[in-house]
Design a protein around this ligand. Structure first.
Ligand code: ZN
Length: 137
């Protein structure tokens, strides 16, 4: 993909169709003052259709959260108009403070200061379980 006029920034590509807005709000992109392009339902050979987000800035992103919203995302880091790094995001093994355990008796529901940690227990189905009480997310 051409990065056109971008000098420094990032391209979040191969987002599952319809998920760009979820990523947009999760990363709070509306709070940035740089240029952002959100492309939806772009034709893709590999995926049929996909979403793309271009950001005119290199952000410190929680890649685990991105992978959870839409696995198989790729991220191109652009510096000086060239792609200097390509990241391939997969379903993360562990999610910290992204999901909340629904079990009312779980220690994370009782105690306030405990991190909500979930572990990937089935990669094909993308199933996560609470590490404290084993409840499915
Ligand atoms: Zn739990």
């Amino acid at each position: 993909m051409r990065v056109d006029s971008m000098k420094d920034g990032m391209v979040i590509d191969h987002i599952a169709c319809g998920k760009a807005m979820d990523i947009y709000s999760m990363l709070s992109l509306d709070k940035l003052d740089c240029a952002i392009a959100l492309l939806q339902s772009v034709p893709s050979k590999k995926m049929g259709k996909k979403d793309i987000i271009k950001i005119d800035r290199i952000l410190d992103i929680n890649f685990d959260a991105l992978g959870f919203i839409s696995p198989n995302i790729t991220i191109d880091i652009v510096r000086g108009g060239e792609v200097v790094e390509k990241k391939h995001i997969e379903l993360p093994e562990k999610l910290t403070d992204i999901l909340v355990c629904k079990n009312p008796r779980c220690i994370t529901s009782v105690e306030q200061d405990i991190h909500h940690v979930f572990r990937l227990t089935n990669k094909e189905k993308g199933i996560y379980r609470c590490i404290y009480c084993d409840t499915k997310a």
